[in-house]
Write a new protein. Structure first.
Lengths: 227, 278
């Protein structure tokens, strides 16, 4: 704009307050006291608001950065309770503070080295000795139930069906059922943290139901920042 | 007036007549009265005291010019009962707010106690079933009224210039009201509300990129936990109602400022122009 000034425009005001005839102006002063006070009041208000708003927002958003898989192992019974051919339902506690709402059902069976192939992400290491399948449907999180005769997991909400390994056999789910880590201590089976798997049973950090994990889709559903 | 009654305090006694002012006829008051017509004057003053209090407030707040502009503004010809749907929605909101405040006196937003306290309200507290029922069914009524109001605005073309901003505010109010429905649905904490909320939160998680973070924010963690219900409770009774209240204020301000539209079936009256006007 200043380049296009024509001679007909009124002459520009001097930036110096002294030149504009302001009472009590200092030499070389360019910011009027009114402007300075306005800016100072706005800055002080902004700092004061940020001082309470930022911690409060961080307080509300903190769970986004919390480690979702606390290092906690839960005993689900002696090794002899489980066999490779069928699932046994067990109850674990995902949040002890939530009472009944913090409990979750899981299905446990022994890993079968003949029919179960190790996950591609295990890199030839020993696979987890027990297959622990979450009942949280990978569609929208309803509880699935295992049916013995057809060897299928079925979700009551929208008709998701999973096969014996927990892979999708029909319906809307986008990936296999989540699993849990497992180990054997002194002859007792212990269940650890949750992990998600894609259609090749490759392991991923725990994701929400409805999040795809295959092909290009996995980049649209990022892992939690802490994992 | 009996002689036994104590004398009136000084400030209640009528002022003596000014010099030259016609004195009231004695006998209007009762027999033994020393000051003629005092009872009458008192009676008159008592009748006006309410108006005086209102006048005192009005002089200091300027309420009546505001209310005259707000309540007695001109409305177009053809204004009908459809125009009351907005007020009806606001009335539903007020009834939700009032019943909600009272429900909060008995409700306990703890994952282990929520269901118990909700059934305590229904089964044991006096009129608890009624108040909880009003809040539950009122939520449905509010959403139905909101959509009817929105439909009226759309069909009557009342969203057009210069009222677009009011339509936008209305849409935000719709989203906030639906969010009230979502957050309130968890609070009874029975099987239905628990699983419905899990599905609703996972629906949010299905959005690409941001979805998982929104779901974690709603749950207060990676899994449904004891912080989820307190989070929903705080959103349901503090954050969202506050926003709704503020936006209703802005919505009403714009309605009063811009006025309402005439119904679309009403044509503007055409006036024959005189030669001079042409």
């Amino acid at each position: 704009m200043p380049q296009n000034r024509s001679d007909t425009d009124p002459p520009r005001k001097s930036p110096y307050t002294a030149d504009r005839g302001m009472a009590g102006a200092f030499e070389g002063e360019t910011v009027t006291r009114r402007r300075f006070m306005t800016g100072g009041a706005l800055a002080a208000g902004g700092i004061a608001s940020a001082a309470f708003a930022l911690p409060a927002v961080g307080f509300a958003l903190a769970p986004l950065f919390k480690d979702p898989t606390p290092d906690r192992w839960q005993d689900v019974g002696p090794e002899s309770d489980f066999e490779p051919t069928t699932y046994v339902p067990k109850v674990i506690n995902t949040d002890p503070g939530a009472g009944e709402a913090g409990k979750a059902t899981i299905y446990v069976r022994k890993f079968d080295p003949e029919s179960d192939k190790p996950s591609p992400s295990d890199n030839g290491k020993d696979p987890i000795p027990f297959v622990v399948v979450s009942t949280r449907c990978a569609h929208l999180g309803c509880p699935v139930r295992y049916y013995e005769a057809p060897q299928r997991f079925v979700c009551p909400c929208h008709g998701g069906i999973y096969d014996f390994e927990g892979k999708v056999a029909g319906g809307p789910p986008v990936r296999p059922l989540d699993r849990f880590n497992a180990r054997v201590t002194n002859g007792r089976v212990e269940v650890g943290e949750r992990f998600s798997v894609n259609s090749e049973l490759r392991r991923f950090s725990p994701r929400d139901p409805s999040n795809h994990l295959d092909g290009f889709w996995q980049f649209l559903y990022p892992a939690r920042p802490s994992t | 007036m009996s002689k036994l009654t104590p004398p009136l305090p000084k400030f209640l006694r009528p002022a003596p007549p000014r010099p030259g002012e016609k004195e009231r006829e004695a006998g209007n008051g009762e027999g033994g009265d020393t000051e003629p017509g005092r009872a009458d004057k008192l009676r008159e003053g008592a009748g006006e005291s309410g108006a005086q209090v209102i006048g005192w407030l009005d002089e200091r707040t300027g309420t009546s010019p505001f209310l005259r502009g707000f309540l007695f503004r001109k409305v177009p010809k053809g204004t009908n009962w459809f125009y009351a749907l907005g007020s009806a929605t606001m009335f539903a909101f007020v009834s939700q707010a009032v019943t909600g405040v009272f429900l909060a006196m008995y409700y306990n937003p703890d994952a282990t106690r929520a269901y118990e306290s909700a059934s305590h309200i229904t089964n044991e507290v006096f009129a608890g079933e009624l108040v909880r029922g009003m809040h539950k069914w009122g939520s449905t009524v509010m959403i139905v009224l909101l959509f009817l109001h929105m439909g009226r605005t759309f069909v009557f073309g009342a969203y057009k210039y210069p009222r677009e901003l009011n339509w936008v505010i209305g849409v935000v109010l719709l989203v906030l009201t639906l969010a009230m429905g979502l957050t309130g649905y968890l609070l009874p904490f029975d099987q239905r509300s628990y699983w419905a909320t899990i599905v609703a939160v996972n629906l949010n998680a299905s959005a690409p990129l941001l979805g998982p973070f929104i779901a974690d924010f709603l749950r207060g963690g990676a899994e449904f936990n004891s912080a989820t219900i307190t989070r929903f409770y705080a959103l349901h009774m503090l954050l969202i109602p506050g926003l709704i209240g503020a936006l209703i204020g802005a919505h009403l301000y714009l309605v009063a400022k811009l006025g309402t539209t005439a119904p679309p079936w009403l044509k503007a009256e055409k006036k024959e122009l005189t030669n001079e006007e042409i």
